[in-house]
Unconditional design. Structure first.
Lengths: 223, 220
C-alpha cells in the first residue's frame, strides 16, 4: 500500500468515525423521542429524518451545497464571521457523511429503545430515579448493543458515501478525496489497477464494519 | 394509613376506572378477575397513568388532584411498587437492583437497612449474583426487597405470587406476612386468589370492570 493510499484510507476512516461521533447525541435524542413519546408532528420528523435514505444522494448533496456554500445561509455565516469555508473542504465531507448516515443511526437506535421494556423504566421512576437517570442507567445500557450496531451501520454508510460528498466537497486529491470519490476518479482516468486496489480496501473496510454491526445485533437478540 | 381515592376516572379500552373509596386498613386486598382494572388502579396511584379526574391522597400528602392540576411525579411519590412481572433490571446484579432506590431518594434517611431487609427476606447469599440467574421465588424476594429499600410510604403489590406454583407460593407468603408485620408498611395487595387475600389482608375490595362492587372485612 502506498503512502497516498494510506492517507486516503485513514482520512476516509477518520472522517467517517468523526461524523458518526458527531451525530450520536442528536441520533440518541431523536430516536428516544420517537420511541418513547407521542407528540404532534412526530410523523413529520420521522419523514424528514428518513429523507436522506430515500432521496438521490446527489440531490441531498445539492441541497447541502446550497446551504453550506459561501452564499448559503450557514456557509455564508461561517465565511463572513469566521473566514471559514465549508463547501469543498474536509468539513463539507464531514457534514455530507453525517447527514447521509444519520437516518441509519436513528432507525437502529429507535428499534433498540423500543425493545427495552417500558415497565423497567417506570419501576425505576417509582424507585426515585429522574428521567435522566432512568435513561443513563436503564434505557441506554439495555439498548446499548443496538445503539453500537447502529453506530457501526452509520460508520459503514459513511465509508461508502459518494453522491452527497462529491456535490458538497468535490474531488480534491489529498484534501477532500475519500475512498469512493478516489475510485470514481481513478476509473474515469483509466487507472484501473489503482481503482481495483482501492475497491479491495473499500470492501475490506465495509465488511469489517458491517460484520461488527451484525455481531452486536446478534448479541442484542441473544439478550 | 389513610389512602383516599376520590372521583377517580380513567378511561380504559373497554370501560373506565371509576372509583371512590377511602382505605384505612394496613393491608388491603384488591380482588377481582383479570382485566378488572386492578393494575391500572395501582399504576394510577403510582403516578404512571394520568387520570381524567382524580384526587389521590396518602395520609396528608396529596399525590394527584386534577382539579388543582397537581400531579406529583412518580419519583417523588415514595411508593414501593412490585409489578406482576417484577421488572428486575436484567443488566444489574442483585446488589445494584436493591440499591437502585437508595440513590434515587437522595440523602433522605433510609427507613430500613440493606442488612435488615436481606436478612428478613433471606437473600444475603444472592447479593452478588445477576438477577437473570435467580429462580422465580428468589426474584420475587429481590423485587420486594428493592421496593422496601427505597423507603416507601406504601407498598403496591400486583399479583406477586401469580406466576409461582403452589409450593413456591406457600414459601413466599410468610415473607409477605413478615414484611407486613416487621416493617409496618401499609400495602395494597392485588390478587385474584381469595386465599392469598385472606392470609395477608384485613380487608378486601372487590373490583369488576373498573368499579369497586363490594367491600369486605377479612377475618383471620
Amino acid at each position: 500500500m502506498t503512502a497516498e493510499e494510506w492517507q486516503l484510507l485513514s482520512f476516509t476512516a477518520w472522517v467517517s468515525a468523526l461524523s458518526t461521533v458527531i451525530i450520536l447525541p442528536f441520533g440518541l435524542a431523536i430516536a428516544w423521542w420517537l420511541a418513547r413519546r407521542d407528540w404532534r408532528g412526530k410523523s413529520l420528523v420521522e419523514t424528514v429524518v428518513s429523507l436522506p435514505l430515500v432521496m438521490p444522494p446527489v440531490a441531498t448533496g445539492l441541497i447541502l451545497l446550497k446551504i453550506l456554500g459561501e452564499k448559503g445561509p450557514i456557509g455564508g455565516f461561517f465565511y463572513k464571521h469566521f473566514n471559514l469555508d465549508i463547501a469543498f473542504t474536509w468539513r463539507g465531507v464531514l457534514i455530507a457523511l453525517a447527514v447521509m448516515s444519520f437516518p441509519l443511526l436513528v432507525r437502529s437506535t429507535r428499534v433498540a429503545f423500543e425493545q427495552v421494556n417500558p415497565r423497567l423504566e417506570q419501576i425505576a421512576q417509582t424507585l426515585g430515579a429522574s428521567n435522566a437517570r432512568v435513561f443513563w442507567t436503564i434505557t441506554l445500557p439495555l439498548a446499548l448493543p443496538g445503539v453500537v450496531g447502529g453506530m457501526l451501520l452509520a460508520f459503514a454508510r459513511a465509508l461508502g458515501e459518494f453522491g452527497a460528498t462529491i456535490m458538497v466537497a468535490g474531488y480534491i486529491s489529498g484534501r477532500t478525496a475519500t475512498l469512493s470519490t478516489e475510485i470514481y476518479h481513478a476509473f474515469n482516468n483509466g487507472e484501473d489497477s489503482h481503482a481495483y486496489h482501492l475497491l479491495g480496501m473499500s470492501v475490506a473496510l465495509a465488511f469489517l464494519a458491517v460484520w461488527c454491526s451484525e455481531w452486536f445485533m446478534r448479541r442484542k437478540r441473544a439478550k | 394509613m389513610n389512602l383516599l381515592l376520590k372521583n377517580i376516572l380513567l378511561p380504559l379500552a373497554d370501560f373506565a376506572l371509576d372509583i371512590n373509596v377511602e382505605i384505612r386498613h394496613q393491608a388491603t386486598a384488591i380482588f377481582g378477575p383479570s382485566g378488572a382494572g386492578k393494575t391500572s388502579l395501582l399504576d394510577l396511584i403510582a403516578g404512571l397513568r394520568r387520570p381524567k379526574t382524580a384526587l389521590v391522597q396518602l395520609d396528608d400528602r396529596v399525590l394527584t388532584n386534577t382539579e388543582a392540576r397537581l400531579q406529583v411525579p412518580t419519583r417523588h411519590r415514595r411508593i414501593g411498587y412490585v409489578p406482576q412481572d417484577l421488572a428486575l433490571f436484567p443488566h444489574l446484579s442483585v446488589r445494584h437492583n436493591l440499591l437502585y432506590g437508595r440513590k434515587g431518594n437522595g440523602d433522605s434517611t433510609p427507613l430500613f437497612s440493606l442488612e435488615h431487609i436481606t436478612n428478613v427476606l433471606e437473600i444475603e447469599p444472592l447479593i452478588d449474583r445477576r438477577v437473570t440467574h435467580l429462580s422465580g421465588g428468589e426474584k420475587q424476594r429481590v423485587a420486594l426487597a428493592r421496593a422496601l429499600l427505597a423507603s416507601p410510604q406504601i407498598l403496591l403489590l400486583d399479583e406477586p405470587l401469580a406466576s409461582l406454583d403452589t409450593v413456591l407460593k406457600s414459601k413466599i407468603l410468610p415473607y409477605l406476612a413478615r414484611i407486613r408485620d416487621e416493617f409496618h408498611l401499609p400495602m395494597l395487595y392485588v390478587t385474584h386468589d381469595w386465599d392469598e387475600a385472606q392470609a395477608l389482608c384485613s380487608e378486601a375490595l372487590v373490583m369488576e370492570r373498573g368499579k369497586i362492587t363490594r367491600r369486605e372485612e377479612l377475618k383471620k
